[in-house]
Design a protein around this ligand. Structure first.
Ligand SMILES: [Zn+2]
Length: 163
């Protein structure tokens, strides 16, 4: 239980650090994470993404290229500019474009925060992680199930044995 808990805490902290780092323009960060949108490069118009009628992001504008930008604006000298997460892209499949938007830094950080809240309720009740969680006892602690989502990460402690 202790190894799984420590592993999960580390994964969430690493993901939060990555999402935070992906939420800046130069040295200015977006607290809580950037919200990304696809925009048509030439007109700066936001692209609507419809996987039924479009193959590629920007087809609604017959766009040549699109860019992935933050909704948040940054003060850049006389202008306000977005973060350009991807400056210019062509033929981004709509399904991939949607996936990226659903996993923008703001969404990832909100998800991590919720998981950390869940973790704390189990952690607090598990005698510092050494013994079985009293919240879940006598069943298997749900944290051991949550850990499985990170099984492809280095250091995965393995599936916890059934008891
Ligand atoms: Zn538990």
């Amino acid at each position: 239980m202790e190894a799984h808990l420590a592993f999960l805490i580390r994964c969430l902290e690493e993901d939060a650090a990555v999402a935070h780092e992906a939420s800046r323009r130069d040295a200015t960060y977006v607290a809580g994470g950037a919200h990304w949108v696809w925009e048509e490069t030439r007109t700066d118009r936001e692209c609507e993404l419809d996987p039924v009628t479009q193959e590629f992001v920007g087809e609604d504008h017959r766009a040549g290229t699109v860019s992935l930008r933050s909704r948040e604006q940054f003060d850049v000298g006389p202008w306000e500019l977005s973060q350009f997460a991807i400056g210019s892209a062509e033929e981004v499949a709509v399904s991939v474009g949607l996936h990226i938007l659903r996993h923008d830094p703001a969404s990832v950080l909100a998800d991590i925060e919720a998981k950390q809240d869940i973790l704390r309720t189990h952690e607090r009740l598990s005698n510092g992680g050494r013994s079985a969680c009293q919240r879940c006892w006598p069943a298997r602690c749900e944290i051991l199930i949550m850990v499985r989502a990170y099984r492809e990460r280095p250091g995965y402690p393995g599936d916890a044995p059934e008891r």
